[in-house]
Design a protein. Sequence first.
Length: 293
Amino acid sequence: MADPQSNAPLRADAGAPTTGVIHVRTRLTADFTVISNALAQRRGSAVTIGVAAYIASLPDGAPVTITALCEHFSEGEILISRALRELEAAGYLERRRERTPTGQVRTRTYFYAVPRGEGPDDPPEPPKPRPGRRPTVRETRREAAPAPAPAPEEPGSPAPALADPAPEAVAVLASLRRVDPRLVLSAQEAARLAPAVAEWLAAGVGQREITELLTVRLPDRFRARPASVLAFRLRETPLPLPPRAPLPPEAGRPVVLPFQTCDGCERAFRAEEPGHCRSCRDRRAGERLRAAG
């Protein structure tokens, strides 16, 4: 005989909540990351918390540029860039320009477990010269030497203020996505590329020709941002020769009168209409004078 079955619900464990989440905890001994509740429970965008958790799990030296993050996450550049700015404003992320021992300047990214300034392990600020201290000979020579060119900033870092780009050049860049949907540019990227496009327009290159030069034979897969590909083409494609100046109008040749046959002596002479040649006209004029006298 089968055991009797009961349809009564099982009694909940003593102390377990009746609603909400119930944690099934496992003690991890490897491959885990510690995140503060202040960051994990931060109100706002879930993308920001996800990006913060991912960066916290990476080892030192791992790339955290927008390009690298977009390759990991399914979100696009706009959301990833916004998340980085929110983390930077909240004090969890810091971008700092530092000089390497070889003299190069590069941007380094610091990620803080707690907001910057609240933790005991914050990296020290770069040393600043003390006021009133007399510079040494080595510092004077270093200041006199030409400074190395700064390394390119990380994508997503605040861009320097740019002049208003030419509207025609921006319109050309914005229309490229109609030809190739991958050529989506941000406002900052379009502003950086607009001066080169404006130079092409000023050289006499039409909008259709510029679009063709920038979109023909593009690679199947970009290894960099589309703006970098377009910047390379704008930089490496030679400008066309300026249009030739119009030639000055040729000096008009003297009108060649047709030949006429003199009605008096039947000599050939040039004149617009038939009549007498000059000799016959002079002779006839002399005869009239003698007849009048």
